[in-house]
Design a protein around this ligand. Structure first.
Ligand SMILES: [Zn+2]
Length: 225
């Protein structure tokens, strides 16, 4: 009764179609859920995302849950996740995608999930990392651990021990580093981000993780351009 009363006063709307959400629906209504432009790359063995990393860094699997569409629904939703504070949408999409991956027994391919980190200054300003929300959702439905602080982003001064790596990544302004090397030793990592475009951020993160001694890196993004 009380929940109904509250939702009457504060109706929640689908972040895609703006229609009212029914009880039990979160962020996206059932209709929009079934019309999501899913790639199914994890089922078709498509190398469209993987191709971005060929000849750059060895990646085991590379997937994106959704494909950008002309109508721009996916962009709209991702913009709301990134800039309008709608963290639940990242968790919900992670939950749904994690369920898909688990149904294909692909959760067995990973030991842990790591989100692409934000620079601490950006994190402070935004209040949350949009990739964390996707990692959390995936973690819940795949029953795999995810860690917020193992992979970090810093500046040159903070990571002087990584000078050699910095020279290698001269084209990447931001430097990534692993805070807890023991935690990733010989582990199969699923690295997650909101959008994969050129892949340069994911490439830098994957190389950092491999240099730090993990076994292998796979990639899952919410969407691909
Ligand atoms: Zn909808």
């Amino acid at each position: 009764m009380f929940t109904d009363f509250v939702s009457m006063l504060f109706p929640e709307y689908c972040l895609m179609c703006s229609g009212p959400l029914e009880r039990g629906e979160e962020s996206i209504c059932i209709h929009c859920k079934y019309n999501l432009p899913v790639t199914n790359y994890h089922l078709t063995n498509s190398t469209e995302v993987l191709h971005k990393f060929w000849g750059k860094v060895p990646i085991r699997y590379a997937w994106a849950y959704l494909k950008f569409t002309k109508q721009g629904d996916v962009q709209k939703v991702l913009h709301r996740l990134k800039y309008n504070g709608h963290q639940q949408i990242g968790i919900t999409l992670g939950n749904w995608y994690g369920y898909e991956l688990k149904s294909a027994a692909l959760h067995e391919e990973f030991d842990l999930i790591l989100p692409v980190p934000l620079h601490p200054n950006k994190l402070k300003k935004r209040g949350y990392n949009q990739s964390d929300t996707f990692a959390k959702g995936l973690s819940d439905s795949m029953i795999l651990p995810w860690y917020q602080n193992i992979l970090q982003k810093g500046t040159f001064n903070e990571t002087q021990t990584n000078k050699r790596r910095l020279e290698r990544w001269q084209n990447v302004k931001d430097v990534y580093y692993v805070k807890d090397v023991d935690a990733i030793a010989n582990k199969r990592i699923l690295l997650v981000d909101d959008v994969v475009t050129t892949g340069s951020t994911l490439e830098a993160c994957a190389q950092t993780l491999l240099d730090a001694g993990c076994k292998e890196v796979s990639i899952a993004a919410i969407a691909t351009a």
